[in-house]
Each structure stands twice: as structure tokens, then as C-alpha cells.
Design a protein around this ligand. Structure first.
Ligand code: NAD
Length: 504
């Protein structure tokens, strides 16, 4: 791969359409900012409807082109494996690019990129396993088949927090199954997706199979989600944008997979080692500076240990190292966007107005060693929280946790489920019956017991309620990215009189 942080620095990044990097038709570019300094570090193309139209046309042509359509399943799987190898060989460079763009810890970006080849290999294995059924029909000399086939062009719209990792769980199976793709990465972190496009080209995918259009949601995103040539959308982002995209897609009766926001409950019972549960809660909400969709941002603690738990949580939070994302000792880096910083400050202020109290943190961080203008915020624990306060209901997407006590299981389940979201949940207890009752009653797509944020591409992930629908990962995605066709074959060789109707 030729692309590096140094080659991106100060450059104009173009669109990737039909196997080539091309300038946007309007010739316009937008600055992307470095979260550690708040300064621009490169420009990306501001695609509009014309560019999006060209990308969808290229993807449609590639879908019908025999070089892709008639490629054997084995060869398609081999191509995805080749991409896996290239991603593995360039993992550290991809990590540096993404961290520079979104401020995620370099060690975390590295871990994500180094694990991505496993995920590509897993989905590559699906290329020759997508199969239909032969089903009964109650007629003699007749075969009734359900065939599985690719959908066509899949439009993928991604957020800035983990662009490449989130893309892998849908891009890899889409390609293995034989779809073609148009990706619209976030305007706040496009660089790593464009670098991946270079690897896709190098792997030898036919032109047009994967296209990348950068730009804003308002322009490139809207154009993509209104385009009649797309057969499915996979959206990962906020619930508000998801609602808008689902509305656009509905005009063309196109299905969507929606991976949206969350306000996940993290429950701690009195029978646990407090230190373990504190570690779980801290990593569950503060990892990636709280900019994870599954952040356990509502913490419910059994009243019997509440005071001891808060003391331990505050003490552990004080020891969190906030700093440059490229330094190994850093635990959390900056927020990715200036607006995100304002949003976090706003929610802390609204929590205080509603009667919650800051136990630790609560302020923007500017200190020696951090570049002035970087978007850093202290990890923050808010106590005396109530589940109906605004900061406990809305997704903050920052390092803020609200904590409140509960008395019994019934109250805890009612509080945990009292949210419009239903993405993830966690429980700390040594009582397996209680953990299973929680798993049974909680309205969330993921349940963690005595752990948090552990995930696998081998299992299906996704949300309930306003956290979305559709699943990423696991074998289920083969059905998400393919469609059924029913084929009935009469092999009697004797077509019946068409006007004789056989009644029972
Ligand atoms: P966002 O909704 O602002 O933007 C996501 C993407 O949608 C971007 O590429 C953006 O350009 C595009 N977009 C915006 N408006 C659009 C429109 N009108 N039409 C088409 N596209 C449009 O989200 P974000 O701030 O980038 O990401 C943070 C959000 O993503 C959080 O809510 C987080 O919970 C969610 N998220 C969810 C998951 C999950 O798997 N459930 C994973 C990561 C992030």
C-alpha cells in the first residue's frame, strides 16, 4: 500500500469509483481535522449526486459483469482472503491513519486492524456456503427450490468512531456473497476507508465492485440513500440519521440494516468483587473516551454496596490517563469532534441542573503535554442521577456515566428497560439464576455477564428498539445480504390442461 499518514498529510483525497481514484465533479474538497490539535490535516472530496450516481452505476455494471457475476464461489472467497492478507500486512499503517483521523488510541486501532484479517477470512469462508433448499410442494414430478442469490448494489454508510472495523462485518460478507458496494464513510474520518480502497484494488477485485464516495451526509449521504439503483442499505450511526435514511429508502421500497445508538444499562449486584465490577464499568463506559455505541452509560448499583462502589469507581476513574492517543500509557484520548466536546459539556451541565452531582471529572481538559485546542474531556462520574434526567436518557457518546442505586431485581429490570434504546447491557453477579433472569428480561441485543464490550465477528450483533434492526456478524449475515428466489420445476413432461382446476 502506498498510502501512509505522511502521504495523506496536506493532500486532497479523491473518490474511488470504478477501480480508479477520481476528482469530484464539482472540484470541491472539505477539510478533515486532527482531534489532538483541532487543526485540518488533509482534504477529502465533497461528492454530490453526480458522483454518487457514477459510483452506483459502476457498482450496478460490475454486478452484471461476468468477471464478477460468473466468478466461481471458490475464486470469490480467494479474493476476499487476498484482501484479508493485504489488510493484515498493512494493519499498523491503517491503524495510524485511523487514529490520526478520529483520535482513537493507537493501541486500540492497532488491535482492531490486526484482528480484521480473521474476520475477512471468516466471511471469505461463506462464499461457497450460501445455499438454498429443496422443499415439498404436494405435487408429483415437481421440484420446488429456494435459491439464494446476492442482492445487487449495497450502500454502506459508516460513522467515524471505528470506521474500518464496523465496515468489515458487512463489507466482507457482502463481497463473499457476490454483491457490489458503494461506501459513504463519515466526513469526520474518511481516510482509512480510502486507504482500504487501495488494498481492494491491489487484491484484484474487478473495477466497480467496491466504490467509495466521501462527503457530507446532507449531500453524498442523501444522494446515496435516495438513489433507485441501490438494493439494500447498511447504516451505522445515530438513531436520528437512521430514521431519516430509513425514510429515504422506503421511497424506493429498499430494505435497510440499522446499527444505531444506545444508552446501555450496566448493573452491579452486591455479591461481586467490587474491584472487578469497577474495572468492567470503567472500561464499559470510558473506553474510546465513551465514543462507543455500546457504552454502559447508565450504571445501576445494588443499594447494599452503593457507597463502597462509588468510592472505588471514583478512585479508579481518577487514575485514568487522558492523553495523546499515540502514547502507550494513555488510557483515553480526545473526543473526535469539536461538536462532540460541546455536546458532552452540555449534558454534564444539564445533569447538574436536573440535580445530579459530579463525583469526579466533569470538565474539558487542557494541560501541559496536550496540544492546545485538542478536544479532551475528563472521564466523569455523575451520582444522584435519576433515570428520567436528560443525560440518562440521551446518548452522550462521551466519557460520562450516571450512577444510581436500586433495591431489588424488579426495580432494576424496570429501570434498565426504561429507555428508548436497546443495544447492549451488562450485569455483574455471582448468582447464575439472577444473570439468566436478567438475560431473559432485558430488552437489548447483547447481554454481557461479568464482562463488557467483548464481541466477536462470529456472533450476530445488533440492537432492539430504537437501537436498530438487522444484524452484523455471524452466519445470519448470509441471509441479510442475499435474497430468496423460489423456482418450481415440473419434470413430468406433460403439462396439464390449463383450465382444469383440481379441487380437494
Ligand atoms: P451520524 O448519524 O451523524 O453519521 C453517520 C453517517 O451517516 C456519516 O457517514 C454521515 O455522513 C451519514 N449521514 C448523516 N446524515 C445523513 C443523511 N441525511 N443521509 C445519509 N447519510 C447521512 O453518526 P456519527 O456521529 O458518525 O456516529 C456516532 C453514532 O453512531 C452514535 O449514535 C453511535 O451510537 C452510532 N454507532 C452505532 C454502532 C452500532 O453498531 N450500533 C456502531 C458505531 C456507532
Amino acid at each position: 500500500m502506498k498510502t501512509t499518514v505522511a502521504s495523506i498529510q496536506g493532500s486532497r483525497q479523491r473518490l474511488f469509483i470504478n477501480g480508479e481514484f477520481v476528482a469530484p465533479k464539482n472540484g470541491t474538497y472539505i477539510a478533515s481535522y486532527d482531534p489532538t490539535t483541532g487543526h485540518p490535516w488533509y482534504e477529502f472530496a465533497d461528492a454530490e449526486a453526480d458522483d454518487v450516481g457514477a459510483a452506483v452505476a459502476a457498482a450496478r455494471a460490475a454486478f452484471c459483469n461476468p468477471s464478477w457475476r460468473r466468478m466461481t464461489q471458490t475464486d470469490r472467497g480467494a479474493l476476499v482472503r487476498r484482501l484479508a492478507e493485504l489488510v493484515g500486512a498493512n494493519a499498523d499503517i491503517l491503524a495510524e491513519i485511523e487514529t490520526r483521523d478520529n483520535g482513537k488510541l493507537l493501541k486500540e486501532s492497532r488491535a482492531q486492524m490486526r484482528s480484521m484479517p480473521d474476520s475477512y477470512h471468516y466471511f471469505a469462508g461463506m462464499a461457497d456456503k450460501l445455499q438454498g433448499d429443496t422443499i415439498p410442494i404436494n405435487r408429483l414430478d415437481t421440484l420446488n427450490l429456494n435459491l439464494r442469490e446476492p442482492l445487487g448494489v449495497v450502500g454502506m454508510i459508516t460513522p467515524w468512531n471505528s470506521p474500518l472495523m464496523l465496515l468489515t462485518g458487512t463489507l466482507a460478507p457482502c463481497l463473499a456473497i457476490g454483491n457490489t458496494v458503494v461506501i459513504k464513510p463519515s466526513e469526520h474520518a474518511s481516510a482509512s476507508t480510502l486507504a482500504l480502497a487501495e488494498l481492494i484494488h491491489e487484491a484484484g477485485f474487478p473495477a466497480g465492485v467496491v466504490n467509495v464516495v466521501t462527503g457530507t451526509g446532507k449531500s453524498a449521504g442523501e444522494a446515496l440513500t435516495r438513489h433507485p439503483g441501490v438494493s439494500k442499505y447498511v447504516f451505522t450511526g445515530s438513531t436520528a440519521t437512521g430514521r431519516r435514511i430509513a425514510g429515504n429508502a422506503a421511497q424506493n421500497l429498499v430494505p435497510c440494516s440499522m446499527e444505531l445508538g444506545g444508552k446501555s444499562p450496566h448493573v452491579v449486584f452486591g455479591d461481586v468483587e467490587i474491584e472487578h465490577a469497577v474495572n468492567g464499568v470503567v472500561s464499559g463506559v470510558f473506553a474510546a473516551a465513551g465514543q462507543t455505541c455500546v457504552a454502559g452509560s447508565r450504571c445501576f448499583v445494588e443499594a447494599s454496596i452503593y457507597d463502597r462502589f462509588i468510592d472505588a469507581l471514583v478512585e479508579r476513574t481518577r487514575r485514568i490517563q487522558v492523553g495523546l492517543p499515540t502514547i502507550d500509557d494513555t488510557d483515553i484520548g480526545p473526543l473526535a469532534l469539536a461538536d462532540q466536546l460541546k455536546k458532552v459539556e452540555g449534558y454534564v451541565a444539564s445533569g447538574l441542573r436536573d440535580g445530579a452531582r459530579i463525583a469526579v471529572g466533569g470538565r474539558r481538559l487542557e494541560r501541559e503535554g496536550l496540544a492546545r485546542g485538542g478536544w479532551y474531556f475528563e472521564p466523569t462520574v455523575m451520582v444522584e442521577a435519576q433515570n428520567d434526567m436528560g443525560f440518562m436518557r440521551d446518548e452522550i457518546f462521551g466519557p460520562v456515566v450516571g450512577v444510581m442505586p436500586f433495591c431489588d431485581e424488579a426495580e432494576m429490570i424496570a429501570l434498565a428497560n426504561d429507555s428508548t434504546y436497546g443495544l447492549a447491557s451488562g450485569i455483574w453477579t455471582k448468582d447464575i439464576d439472577r444473570a439468566l433472569r436478567f438475560a431473559n428480561q432485558i430488552e437489548a441485543g447483547t447481554v454481557w455477564v461479568n464482562t463488557y464490550r467483548s464481541a466477536s465477528f462470529m456472533s450476530a450483533n445488533g440492537g432492539f428498539k430504537e437501537s436498530g434492526y438487522g444484524r452484523r456478524g455471524g452466519f445470519e449475515v448470509m441471509h441479510e445480504f442475499s435474497r430468496l428466489k423460489n423456482v418450481i420445476i415440473d419434470y413430468s413432461g406433460a403439462m396439464q390442461d390449463p383450465f382444469v382446476i383440481r379441487l380437494k
